[in-house]
Design a binder for this molecule. Structure first.
Ligand code: ASP
Length: 307
C-alpha cells in the first residue's frame, strides 16, 4: 500500500495511510487526505484560505478518479463549500454525469448536505485587495463587479509562479486498486468561471489500475492542451517506466509556453512512484508506504525545457 502527494499533502498523508491500514479503499484514502488539505487555511491554494478570483470570490475545482472502473467525478467553480473533492466523489457515485460546474455543482452540493464554509480568509482578501490596487485605482476596484470590460484586468493573473498551487493525491490500497484526486482554488485572481486542469479528467487527473495514475499542478492551460495526466498513463501502457513516462509527457509540454511551470506526480500499477518538475531544483513530493512510520519528503526530478 502506498500514498503519494504533492508537498502540501503532508498534512493529510498519514491519515490517508491510516485509512488504508484500516482496510479503506484507495478512493477513501485520497478523499480523506485531500479533505485535510482543504481544511488547512494556511494552504493558500486549496479549500479554505484559497486565493480568490479577479472579483475576490473563491471558486474551487476538484476531481477524483477510480482506477478500478475508470469512473470519475469532477466539479468546477464551486463557491461556499469547503470540500469540493467530496462533492466530486458524490457526482461520480450518485449521478450519471462526470462533471458539474458553477450553480449546478452548488445545487448538488446543497442536496447532498456538503459542508458550507466561508472560504475567503482575511489574509487572502487583503492579498487580493493589495494586488488589485497595484493594477487599478480604488474607484475602479469598487466598481469591478460591474466592469463591462473585466478582461482588461486579466493581466494581474498572468504570473502563476506567484500564486499557483493545487493538491494531488494518489493511493494504492491492499487490493491493488489505485485512485487519484486533485483539488485547487486555481490560478490566483483568475477570470471568474475559469477552470484549470485540476477538474479536467485526462489533463490534471487520470487513473487506470492496469497501468497507473498521474496528476498535475502548475499551469493548467498547458496540461489541458496536451492531456498530460492521460499521456503519462498512456506512456506507461506503451511500456515506459513511470519516471520516463512523466519525462515524455513533460517534454511534450515544453514547446507550448516556455516558462509555464508544471509538476507531474505519478504512480505505476506496481506501486512505484515518480514526480517531475520543469521549474526549480528543490521541488519535492511526499510518499508514505504501509511499512513507514511517517512520510518521506522526496525530490522531484527536474525535466528542464528542451533546447
Ligand atoms: N493547476 C492549477 C490550475 O491550473 C493551478 C496550480 O496548480 O498552480 O488551476
Amino acid at each position: 500500500m502506498i500514498v503519494i502527494a504533492s508537498e502540501n499533502g503532508r498534512v493529510g498523508i498519514a491519515e490517508a495511510m491510516r485509512v488504508l491500514r484500516c482496510g479503506g479503499s484507495a478512493l477513501d484514502a485520497v478523499e480523506i487526505g485531500i479533505r485535510l488539505v482543504e481544511d488547512n487555511a494556511e494552504d493558500e491554494t486549496v479549500g479554505v484560505g484559497g486565493i480568490p478570483n479577479l472579483l475576490g470570490v473563491v471558486q474551487l475545482d476538484a476531481s477524483i478518479m477510480d482506477g478500478r472502473t475508470r469512473a470519475c467525478g469532477a466539479v468546477g467553480a464551486v463557491r461556499g463549500y469547503v470540500h469540493p473533492i467530496s462533492i466530486a466523489r458524490q457526482v461520480m457515485e450518485e449521478l450519471p454525469h462526470v462533471f458539474l460546474v458553477g450553480e449546478g455543482a452548488e445545487r448538488f452540493a446543497a442536496e447532498i448536505g456538503a459542508e458550507r464554509r466561508q472560504l475567503l480568509t482575511d489574509q487572502a482578501a487583503d492579498t487580493w485587495r493589495r494586488r488589485m490596487l497595484e493594477a487599478m485605482s480604488a474607484e475602479e476596484l469598487a466598481r469591478l463587479a460591474e466592469d463591462p470590460n473585466l478582461r482588461r484586468w486579466v493581466a494581474v493573473t498572468m504570473d502563476p509562479r506567484l500564486a499557483g498551487g493545487t493538491v494531488n493525491f494518489i493511493a494504492q490500497d491492499a487490493e491493488g486498486n489505485i485512485a487519484c484526486g486533485v483539488s485547487t482554488s486555481g490560478w490566483a485572481w483568475k477570470y471568474p468561471g475559469r477552470l484549470g486542469d485540476s477538474p479536467v479528467i485526462g489533463a490534471g487527473n487520470y487513473a487506470d489500475n492496469r497501468y497507473g495514475a498521474a496528476a498535475c499542478t502548475g499551469l493548467g492551460e498547458m496540461t489541458i492542451r496536451a492531456g498530460t495526466a492521460h499521456s503519462v498513463v498512456l506512456h506507461m501502457q506503451m511500456g515506459l517506466d513511470v519516471e520516463e513516462a512523466c519525462r515524455r509527457a513533460m517534454n511534450d509540454l515544453q514547446e507550448l509556453q516556455p516558462g509555464g511551470g508544471v509538476d507531474i506526480l505519478a504512480l505505476d500499477c506496481h506501486g512505484q512512484p515518480a514526480a517531475v518538475t520543469n521549474e526549480e531544483v528543490g521541488d519535492t513530493y511526499v510518499v508514505m508506504t504501509d511499512e513507514m512510520d511517517s512520510y518521506e519528503v522526496r525530490p522531484r526530478t527536474l525535466v528542464p525545457p528542451l533546447v
